[in-house]
Design a protein around this ligand. Structure first.
Ligand SMILES: Nc1ncnc2c1ncn2[C@@H]1O[C@H](COP(=O)(O)OP(=O)(O)OP(=O)(O)O)[C@@H](O)[C@H]1O
Ligand SMILES: [Mg+2]
Length: 273
């Protein structure tokens, strides 16, 4: 072979190697970016699946909560209102001459009927207020909270103070409902668990955010153990509250120490478009 031919073969081999190397680099780059794309896709899919699972669990919980609420309404209607009306009916039958009542005792029986009717009216009032306080729809959040707090103070003897700052009368309905239900549940918890004497409720609204803070001076609790959601059992308790608040982009924080008391703080951004 002439030196000229050797040089050409050498150039050919080198050229082919360079082309092969370039093709390999391009292939590796394509495969890597494809892999990255696939990984990103997998991650997105996993996030979507997780969100779907969360939504399914939440709607199951909502259905369960509705069912529990219906069971409670049916029990209360039966036990409280049904039984009192049955007693009124019996009294009226006696008065109507079906029983052996002395004329002098008549006013006592009528008196008894009146007391039973008054008790039923009170029950119906409390009952419909618990279900959906009309004052919340008609007058807004603050008057509804004040009305609820007044009833709570009367029933329990616990002192509750309310402080407000900023306009809270023009919030959207769903925010009114959430903040009202949180206050209701927080006060239920104070009564059930806290052994507190004093509660302070502050509602602050500025341009971008509404903050509701509820503090009690009770026995407090170990937060870590109690904030865990038990599937199908969260109702309107703390985990249920947190989920509802997160649905509107807000946050619930709980600080509590054994022996010192508990503070719930709800922050909801007001990004009204
Ligand atoms: N203000 C409080 N003071 C002391 N302990 C509290 C207070 N709030 C909540 N806890 C504790 O946290 C737990 C969880 O509260 P949560 O409201 O989730 O459930 P619950 O009140 O026990 O039941 P539910 O609200 O479903 O009827 C309570 O059982 C109680 O031990
Ligand atoms: Mg509770």
């Amino acid at each position: 072979m002439s030196p000229f031919q050797v040089e050409w073969i050498w150039v050919l081999v080198m050229g082919t190697s360079v082309v092969l190397a370039l093709i390999t680099i391009v292939l590796i780059a394509v495969i890597t970016s494809h892999k990255r794309l696939m990984n990103a896709k997998d991650e997105k899919l996993a996030i979507i699946e997780e969100s779907q699972a969360k939504l399914r669990a939440l709607s199951n919980e909502l259905i369960q909560t509705q069912e529990n609420e219906r069971a409670r309404i049916s029990r209360e209607l039966h036990d409280e209102i049904g039984q009192t009306l049955t007693a009124v009916n019996l009294n009226l039958e006696m008065i109507n001459g079906e029983g052996d009542i002395k004329e002098s005792d008549l006013s006592k029986w009528i008196d008894d009927c009146q007391k039973l009717v008054q008790k039923t009216l009170k029950n119906i009032h409390r009952f419909s207020h618990d279900l959906r306080p009309t004052v919340l729809d008609n007058l807004g959040l603050l008057p509804a909270i004040r009305t609820h707090v007044n009833g709570f103070k009367e029933r329990t003897g616990i002192t509750v103070e309310i402080e407000d700052e900023g306009e809270v009368h023009d919030l959207k309905d769903n925010l009114n409902t959430i903040l009202y239900r949180v206050t209701q549940e927080a006060l239920n918890n104070v009564l059930k668990h806290a052994e507190a004497h004093n509660v302070m409720i502050t509602i602050t609204r500025n341009e971008n955010v509404i903050i509701l803070r509820i503090t009690d001076d009770g026995i407090g609790f170990d937060r870590e153990k109690k904030m865990v959601s038990i599937p199908g059992n969260s109702g309107l308790g703390l985990p249920g509250m947190r989920e509802r608040i997160q649905l509107v982009g807000g946050e619930l924080s709980v600080s509590s120490k054994n022996g010192i008391g508990t503070t719930l703080m709800v922050e909801i951004p007001l990004n009204e478009g």
